[in-house]
Design a protein around this ligand. Structure first.
Ligand code: AMP
Length: 326
């Protein structure tokens, strides 16, 4: 059971660094409301739809809709994913969803989308998720000049995704489905890894299931061999390339050609890609999985280190957060 008085004191101390008094008051006020919520520190609190005000639709996935929502007591904003049990059953994805819930709800990292809680009624399952006001990273990539990110944004996001994956691997989780569509962006330009539908516990060591997205498949999956968590390093190499170029490196007109290019590691870099970026990508896109650089090496790579901080000439246009309309 949480000690509420101590937690309020901790909250007040930890928010003293906020220089704007109005913002500081708001944060303390929200924190106090959360601490005084009956669910705070209680494992058995039964969340229901009555606890939330539903707002604007944020998007639609294959198996449900996502809405902006506000917890009624604390006014804490969340994204609420609503899934119909009948559709999950028809799509035979019940197990996949349970795995996603089990994995995502225990991962707590600044670059991984938090799943705060979940509950269900007769017909629906509700996932209470962290709200990422800028939505899918994919949309931002497509709307960027020339459909690609600058070296600064690419390095910054690559660093953050590497950090999230490193945390997953330390917790025996492989993501297995990295791509810009599965990454969300917050209002202060931080990436949040989401969609753990294909993720897996690695404790069973080597796995053989073929999953993920065609353009991101590593050679060991294409060739039906066993694989381990280094598949995520391969996918990070593809992702970094897609950030810088606007499309994945092995994209082709048909599946067979993509497979062929992956097997032969047939890759070309447009002239604008810097030597440092090429160096990192080529160290991740290694056919023998043991040759791929580690995620810590990615975070320490000179190109990432030199480019991840903001360059004054590089303007990032962040749209205004969507109006909550609650
Ligand atoms: P999904 O079902 O996870 O594919 O989500 C469908 C769409 O809802 C995504 O493409 C996003 O635009 C939006 N969305 C999902 N989760 C969130 C979130 N946590 N915060 C903001 N938007 C989200």
């Amino acid at each position: 059971m949480a000690n509420k008085e101590q937690d309020v004191k901790l909250l007040e101390d930890s928010t003293k660094y906020i220089s704007d008094p109005v913002l500081q008051n708001n944060v303390v006020d929200l924190g106090k409301r959360m601490i005084n919520h009956p669910a705070y520190g209680a494992m058995d609190y039964k969340w229901t739809t009555e606890d939330f005000d539903l707002g604007a639709a944020l998007g639609r996935g294959k198996f449900g809709r996502v809405y902006l929502a506000r917890e009624r007591y604390s006014h804490f904003m969340v994204a609420m994913k609503v899934l119909f049990k009948s559709e999950l059953k028809a799509g035979r994805v019940e197990r996949q969803l349970l795995r996603e819930i089990e994995i995502q709800s225990r991962l707590k990292h600044p670059n991984i989308l938090r799943m705060y809680t979940w509950f269900h009624d007769d017909s629906k399952i509700y996932l209470v998720l962290e709200y990422a006001s800028q939505g899918e990273l994919y949309k931002h990539l497509k709307n960027s000049p020339h459909g690609r990110f600058s070296e600064h944004r690419s390095a910054k996001y690559t660093y953050q995704v590497a950090s999230a994956l490193q945390y997953c691997h330390m917790n025996d989780v492989i993501h297995r489905d990295l791509k810009p569509e599965n990454i969300l962006l917050t209002g202060n330009d931080q990436v949040k890894l989401a969609d753990f539908g294909w993720s897996a516990h690695t404790q069973s060591n080597k796995r053989k299931t073929m999953c993920g997205t065609l353009d991101y498949l590593p050679p060991e999956m294409v060739e039906g061999r066993t694989y381990d968590d280094s598949v995520d390093q391969w996918c990070l190499g593809i992702l970094c390339y897609e950030f810088l170029v606007g499309c994945p490196p092995f994209e082709s007109d048909n599946t067979e050609m993509t497979y062929e290019k992956i097997r032969k590691l047939q890759i070309s870099y447009p002239r604008h890609v810097s030597v440092g970026a090429k160096d990192l990508i080529s160290k991740l896109l290694q056919k023998p999985s043991k040759n791929r650089v580690s995620l810590v090496q990615v975070m320490r790579h000179p190109w990432v280190q030199q480019n991840k901080e903001k360059n004054p000439n590089d303007t990032v246009v962040i749209e205004k957060p969507q109006n909550p309309r609650i």
